[in-house]
Design a protein around this ligand. Structure first.
Ligand SMILES: [Zn+2]
Length: 246
């Protein structure tokens, strides 16, 4: 009986070890997509800056074309007024046209200044686009490299998981159904289905185990559970010796 019980308990302990490792690997595996997304977002932010700069440049170029058109129309007006001066009959008319031409000349300076300003701003924007473009290229290639590394890591974890799941399947079939049910229920509640007892303390919940139960756990008489946390208790030979022995 003791022999059988010991083997059953060994299997449950082994199952708990495997489940602990499986849970750990699944947690690691579960983190990977989030890490990839975070890094992708970082590089997409720079990509957005680049697109914004390109849009700004396009708007400046459009404004530049419009300003050139306005200037052309303006020059055409001046040219027409100049033509009129040769046809005027009175000095008064002539003076009026000259006055208009003077005013238009002043406006013309404004158009020309605006065009120069836009050319300067476009030049700066082009430099910015080149620099941010370089940045995007660098970040993208760093991201691609990091993503490939993380995906490979994910594949490695999946491989390890498959091995552990295989081992787990092999053990499950040998465990008594009732014990397995108990184990599964407590694991669902507490995260682990078994707990070591040392010095009359359940290491799962840190609550003391009564002396008789402690003695039974050491002797592996039937499956014993912690009355506080319900975990299946085990005593590790070679762990700290029980108090009475000290
Ligand atoms: Zn406990």
């Amino acid at each position: 009986m003791e022999q059988v019980m010991e083997k059953e308990l060994d299997k449950l302990i082994r199952l708990a070890e495997l489940d602990g490792r499986i849970d750990g690997l699944q947690r690691e595996l579960g983190k990977i997509p989030g890490i990839i997304e975070k890094q992708r977002d970082r590089y997409l932010e720079t990509q957005e800056l680049l697109e914004k700069a390109r849009e700004d440049l396009a708007a400046m170029q459009k404004e530049h074309r419009k300003a050139e058109g306005d200037l052309d129309a303006h020059l055409e007006k001046v040219r027409k007024l100049n033509d009129q001066t040769s046809m005027v009959k009175t000095n008064k008319e002539y003076q009026t046209i000259l006055g208009e031409i003077q005013n238009l000349k002043k406006e013309q300076d404004g158009y020309e200044e605006r065009i120069l300003e836009l050319m300067e701003k476009s030049g700066e924007e082009e430099k910015k686009i080149a620099a941010v473009g370089e940045e995007v290229k660098k970040e993208k290639s760093a991201f691609d490299e990091e993503e490939a590394k993380l995906l490979a890591e994910g594949e490695r974890l999946k491989g390890d998981l498959a091995v552990l799941e295989g081992d787990r399947g092999g053990i499950l079939s040998g465990i008594n159904g009732e014990n397995l049910q108990l184990y599964t229920r407590v694991k669902g509640l507490r995260g682990a289905g078994v707990a070591e007892v040392r010095d009359e303390i359940c290491l799962g919940c840190r609550v003391s185990v009564p002396p008789q139960k402690y003695a039974d756990v050491i002797k592996s008489i039937e499956i014993q559970t912690c009355s506080h946390c319900q975990r299946i208790l085990f005593f590790r030979q070679g762990g700290d010796p029980p108090k009475e022995a000290e």
